[in-house]
Structure formats: structure tokens, C-alpha cells
Design a protein around this ligand. Structure first.
Ligand SMILES: Nc1ncnc2c1ncn2[C@@H]1O[C@H](COP(=O)(O)OP(=O)(O)OP(=O)(O)O)[C@@H](O)[C@H]1O
Length: 319
């Protein structure tokens, strides 16, 4: 695999605009994707995600601004860029009547790999995507989750340094989604940069280290995933599951500085606690609960509020 030079961004988007018949799909967006990161690209329907992805992978020429991928301009260095990227669109293309092997072999040949090399590469990508044993299955007979993996395996055939994935988790059941996320983590560990779009922020929260949020062709946030939560939320909410209910705990916690709200959920031994980050922190919170005889079974940030961060940044209404 080619290593990034000088840690320069893998994707550098500067003030990019694009219109379709007078409709401004992108209104001067700027953001960067760092090498070997798993970068989420999140926005509601019609936000401009697919348009941006197509520009990055050289399928669409931007009308305004500048886009560099591995330091190459997308307008002039199409070949250089295509050699190093793999694009997985949001729908499975035709070829459903092929077996998994025939499909991957076809793309391997299109990338110019010789017969022996193709056999090796296909075995490798099938292992990587946990598809060993599916080589001879017809694509049309596979579940959506399995078809997504074949699609991902296809993208990996030319060993790209940058993976561009358009809504890869859409339509997958929770198990298939978790398995896909595990494969993507593994690819990141292998040193690949992964740019993944979704219209659901919480779907990517645990997977991605950085995120760009786009709405109606404008970037609303770009930075670390943690930054999104701390920056956007001065009053985060955590869920604490206790081994057993503790009498008087809620009132005692509410008298602590910085704790703004404590409520029991329908499970009674589970509390939702909101605090002010300028006055206290999770360490203090946990110490206090233990001091008040609470035995903590689990402690996590409330995902509903991650979604709230997304809703706060994006506007209402279907477009
Ligand atoms: N080829 C096209 N012709 C006309 N309008 C287009 C075209 N492609 C996209 N658009 C419009 O540009 C806007 C951005 O579309 P885009 O597909 O990039 O959004 P998206 O964020 O990927 O949405 P989704 O999540 O629904 O796929 C939308 O309003 C869409 O209708």
C-alpha cells in the first residue's frame, strides 16, 4: 500500500460548489479528510452527499472550487486518483447473475491483474470480508448484507488506499450492520482511509473518528466525533445502569454542583443524568454515585442526544 506523504490530507475540498439545472446542490463546501482516518459524511436526504462523493471519485467535475485527492486535482489527474481509490455506490450494480468469484474476477481483470494474481487477490478479499465459502454463490441469491460485502470485496480488488462508501449500511439488519462496521475497522487498522456517508449520525458514531455534517449543500460541522459532542453539547446526557435502585440517590445527585437533571428511565435502576461540562465531569459523576452507594453496571453517553446534536445542526423538512 502507498503511504501518505507528509501526512497531507487525503481529501482536500476547498469552497466547492455544484448546481443541477439552477439548483445549488453544493454551496461552497470545504473540509479535509486525514490519512488513515475513518471519516463519516452525514447529512439528511438531498444534502449533497452523493454529489460530493462523485466529485471526489472523479465521476463528476466540480463547477467551482478545488478538490484534491492525494494531492492531485480531480479535474486534471483522473487516472492517478482512480488508481488509488475504491468507490462503493449506494446501490448494487447489475451482474447479479454472476457468481461471487466471476464478479470479482471480472473486476480484477478490468484492473489489469493477471490470472494467478487474481486468484490470490480474490481469496484475500473474500477472507477480509468474511465471505470464504461463498465463492460459487450466485449474487442474486445472496442477502442484502452479503451483497454489500461482495460490493466491498469488489472495491478492495485493486488494494485502494482510499475507500469511498456511499450509504453502505442502508437497508442492512442490525447484525449485518455490525459485521460491516467490524470489517471497516479492520480495513482502517490495515492503514486505509475510509470516507463513509450516511444519513444517520448514530450509525457512524462508534465507528468514525472524524465527521463532516452537511445540510442543503453547506458544511455544518467538520472535525472529530468527540468534538462534535463536546462542542455542540455543553450539557451532555449520560445513562447509568445500576445493579439496584438506590433510595434518595436522585435527590442527592441533584444537589451536586453542575448536575442539571437526573431522571429514572422506565427501568427504574437506570438514570439519565445531564450535567454542565464547565462545572463537573464524568469522573466526578461516577465518584459521586459510588460514594452514594450506587453499584454501576454500565455507563454510556445517551445516543438520543447524539441524534439531537445532528438535528440541531440540520434544518427541518424533506427536500
Ligand atoms: N443529476 C441530477 N440532476 C438534478 N438534480 C440532482 C442530480 N443529482 C442530485 N440532484 C439534486 O441535488 C441535491 C443533492 O443530491 P445528492 O444526491 O447529492 O444528495 P444526498 O445527500 O446524497 O441525498 P440522499 O441521501 O437522498 O441520497 C438534491 O436536491 C438532488 O435532488
Amino acid at each position: 500500500m502507498n503511504q501518505p506523504i507528509n501526512n497531507k490530507p487525503v481529501i482536500d475540498i476547498q469552497n466547492v460548489s455544484h448546481s443541477f439545472k439552477g439548483h445549488r446542490a453544493l454551496q461552497g463546501i470545504s473540509f479535509q479528510v486525514q490519512p488513515q482516518s475513518l471519516h463519516g459524511f452525514v447529512g439528511p436526504n438531498g444534502a449533497g452527499k452523493t454529489t460530493t462523493l462523485k466529485i471526489i471519485c472523479t465521476l463528476l467535475r466540480p463547477q467551482g472550487g478545488k478538490v484534491e485527492v492525494f494531492g492531485h486535482d480531480v479535474r486534471s489527474a483522473v487516472k492517478e486518483i482512480r488508481k488509488r481509490i475504491g468507490f462503493m455506490p449506494d446501490h448494487f450494480s447489475t451482474y447479479r447473475q454472476m457468481t461471487v468469484f466471476e464478479y470479482l474476477d471480472f473486476f480484477g481483470a478490468a484492473y489489469g491483474l493477471g490470472l494467478e494474481q487474481r486468484n490470490q487477490v480474490i481469496n484475500d478479499v473474500l477472507t477480509l470480508t468474511d465471505m470464504d465459502g461463498r465463492k460459487d454463490s450466485l449474487i442474486s441469491g445472496l442477502s442484502r448484507g452479503m451483497q454489500q460485502r461482495v460490493s466491498l470485496a469488489r472495491v478492495l480488488v485493486n488494494d485502494p488506499d482510499l475507500l469511498l462508501l456511499d450509504e453502505p449500511a442502508s437497508g442492512l439488519d442490525p447484525r449485518a450492520r455490525i459485521e460491516l462496521m467490524e470489517i471497516l475497522q479492520e480495513l482502517k487498522r490495515m492503514g486505509k482511509t475510509i470516507f463513509i456517508s450516511s444519513h444517520i449520525l448514530s450509525e457512524l458514531a462508534e465507528l468514525c473518528d472524524s465527521v463532516t455534517i452537511i445540510d442543503r449543500g453547506l458544511v455544518k460541522y467538520s472535525g472529530s466525533m468527540d468534538g462534535l459532542l463536546t462542542h455542540e453539547q455543553e450539557h451532555p446526557v449520560y445513562k447509568v445502569m445500576l445493579e439496584a435502585e438506590v433510595e434518595g440517590l436522585i435527590d442527592s445527585l441533584l444537589s451536586e454542583p453542575g448536575i442539571l437533571k437526573v431522571e429514572a428511565t422506565e427501568k427504574a435502576r437506570e438514570l439519565r443524568i445531564m450535567f454542565d461540562v464547565s462545572l463537573t465531569n464524568t469522573g466526578n459523576l461516577l465518584s459521586k454515585i459510588i460514594e452514594l452507594n450506587g453499584t454501576i453496571e454500565s455507563f454510556q453517553r445517551d445516543k438520543k442526544h447524539l441524534n439531537q446534536a445532528f438535528l440541531d445542526l440540520t434544518e427541518q423538512g424533506v427536500r
